[in-house]
Structure formats: C-alpha cells, structure tokens
Design a protein around this ligand. Structure first.
Ligand code: SF4
Length: 372
C-alpha cells in the first residue's frame, strides 16, 4: 500500500497543479461574469495561501474567505466564560491549543494562566478523560469547540464520562453548524459570492446532503472539495464548468472520503448527545438562530453553563475598532484591507481572532505574505 505521505504528495504535484491551472484559465475565458468563490473552511484558506493558488487563477476568478474557522468565530463572551471558569478555585479549564490565545473582552486564556488560572491546553481531546480521572478533587471543564467535524469526538467524551461515572467532568459546549453560517453570509445580501467550495471534513461526517439548501434555495453552485492543492483547483474547475454551462449543482470532488449521506454512525452519536441550540452569537456574524448545539436535557448535569451559571458576567466590549475580522468572516474584506494587519496585529500578538489560528485568514496571509 502507498505510504500516506506519498499519497498526499500526489495531490501536490507541480505538473498536475500547472495543468489544472491552465485548464481553469482556458475554461474561465468563457465566463459571462466573474466568479467569487467562497472557500468556507479555514483549512482551504490555508492551502490557497500556502501553495499560492490565488496567483494561478485568472482575474475573473476570486477566492473569498469564509467563516469556517472555529477559533475565528468564537465570540468574546464565550472566552470570558472560559476565563471565569479557569479562575474559580478547584476548577481546571481544558481546551484545545489555539483557543488559549484568542482575545476575550479583556484577556485571553493564556494571560489568565500566566496570572494563576488553571488552564490546560491539549491536542488530543481524549486527554480530558485522563485529566478528570487524575484530579478527582477538582471540577474539570472541557471547553469544546468546532464544526460538525469535531462534534462526534465530544459526543464520545460525554458518553465516556457517563459510562465511567466521572462526576467531576463538565462540558462547555461551543459546537457550531456550518450551514446556518453560510446561509447568514448569503442572506446578508452584501456578499458578491456566487459559488462555494464546501468543507470536505464536515461532509465526511454530515454528508454533502447538508448543502442541498444552498442549491435549492439560493441557486448558488457548491462543490465539496478536499484540502490538497489539486483538490482545491479541481473544485474550482468544476465550479467554472458549471458556470459556463449555466448549471447550478451540488457536486462532490472529495469523493475519496465524503459521500452524500455521510457517516451515519457518527451522526447518530451526535444525535444521542446534542440538541440544536436556539441562538448562538458568532464573532463577526452576530446572532444566528439554530446554528449551534447544546447537551440534551438528560445530560444537563454535565453542562458547565448550567453548573457554573452564577459565575458568568456579561461584558459588552466591542471588537477593536480597527479589526475587520467581522467583514473578513462575511467575505466583505481581505486581511490586507485591515489597517493594522502585519503591523500592530501579528500572530505573536493578535488583536483579532482571525490572526490566531493557522486556519484564520489573517494568519494565513501573514505567514505566506510572500505569496500574496
Ligand atoms: S489583521 Fe488583526 S486586527 Fe486586522 S482584521 Fe485581522 S485579526 Fe483583526
């Protein structure tokens, strides 16, 4: 069997990339109007910037970066709640690596930790079970984040906590859904987007079927595309082919792992643990109804928002007035249009969430500035 690293190299071959870019340019010459392609996921943005794909496209094809980075869309009040929890005596706040640098209203989890707050950054979510088991005298809170891709993992953790009777383990749930965010971008009416590259890892779990309303209700074509350079360019070519032939369809480029139906076992796992939340305030996009998840009533004893409700205070601090993360997440601006990009705001001292994670558009533009 071919080693995994060689398999990935196959999707990065310069001659294949060049041939695809040539074919795209040739077909795009037949477009009646420019195509503004939103790559919804930060993973795609990262690939586009890292491999200089933007520069390979003709002027009538533009990438527009979307709201699919879970770190970038995390609203300040959720970070504030995590900080409040980490400051409580006897509480350990556990979260995934990048989250600790995201600015809340006044501070970050990293600053909180430096000031004595009990914050543990992990890279493997399963470690949270070990932390709870090894600290029976502490209340351990897992700050769970991510789109449909990572939700099944949190569902597994919740069920493990129940089975293993880890009564000191709680969950602060920040799992969000990609479709309501895409609809919010389109419903705003300001965005020029007329094509989508849909996140492939979300589709591995939820199936390409979740995007059907984009085609049926908004008449915008969508291709579910993988994360390698050849995947992204092939997805662009599929969108161009649709546009020149006046088609609007849902297509699957990433057919090596995603299907229309998705992973039904993972979907049932999520359905057993979560309900849809009424409201969730997205950074940059505002309040979007039915766009996030919460634990089912039978699991409320694990819900940190219920357990520690009395410890949260809401501070209404607007984003830094020069930060354009909101516009970037809506596809209305590029990082370079922010006046502090690369000056006051850099990855080592981010002023906005889009500069924190490697999936954030500002971070990707900064890292690969030589390719912009
Ligand atoms: S460069 Fe920094 S301040 Fe400007 S939009 Fe990006 S994250 Fe916000």
């Amino acid at each position: 069997m071919m080693p995994l690293k060689d398999l990935y190299q196959g999707f990065r071959q310069p001659d294949v990339v060049k041939a695809l870019a040539g074919k795209i340019a040739q077909r795009a010459a037949g477009l009646e109007k420019p195509l503004y392609i939103m790559e919804v996921c930060g993973g795609h943005t990262h690939t586009i910037m890292k491999y200089g794909l933007k520069q390979l496209l003709p002027d009538n094809l533009q990438f527009v970066h979307g709201p699919g980075c879970p770190v970038c869309i995390m609203p300040k009040e959720r970070i504030d709640q995590a900080i409040a929890l980490a400051r409580l005596p006897g509480v350990v706040l556990v979260t995934l690596g990048d989250m600790i640098r995201v600015p809340g209203s006044k501070s970050t989890l990293a600053q909180c930790r430096a000031e004595g707050g009990n914050v543990e950054a992990i890279y493997d979510p399963m470690d949270v079970l070990k932390i709870a088991r090894n600290n029976p005298d502490k209340q351990v809170v897992y700050f769970a984040i991510g789109f449909e891709t990572t939700t099944p993992m949190t569902a597994v953790l919740v069920e493990c906590a129940e089975q293993q009777q880890l009564d000191n383990l709680f969950f602060h749930i920040n799992h969000v859904l990609v479709m309501p965010a895409m609809e919010a971008v389109l419903a705003g009416g300001e965005s020029p987007i007329n094509a989508f590259i849909g996140p492939s890892h979300v589709s591995v779990i939820s199936g390409a079927k979740i995007y059907q309303p984009i085609i049926d209700n908004y008449r915008v074509p969508l291709v579910v595309g993988g994360f390698e350079p050849v995947d992204v360019l092939e997805s662009v070519l599929m969108l161009v082919e649709q546009a020149v032939s006046h088609q609007v369809a849902l297509q699957l480029q990433y057919s090596r792992a995603a299907t229309y139906a998705g992973n039904e076992a993972a979907q049932s796992q999520v359905d057993r643990v979560f309900d849809i939340r009424e409201q969730f305030n997205w950074r940059g996009l505002g309040n979007i109804p039915h766009s996030a998840l919460q634990l089912k009533p039978a699991l409320r004893h694990r819900d940190a928002e219920v357990k520690f409700a009395g410890h949260f205070t809401h501070i209404d601090t607007p984003d830094h007035k020069q930060c354009r993360c909101g516009d970037i997440l809506k596809g209305l601006a590029t990082p370079q249009e922010c006046k502090v990009f690369g000056k006051a705001c850099k990855p080592n001292r981010p002023m906005g969430s889009c500069m924190v994670s490697s999936e954030g558009a500002c971070n990707a533009y900064y890292r690969y500035a030589d390719r912009c």
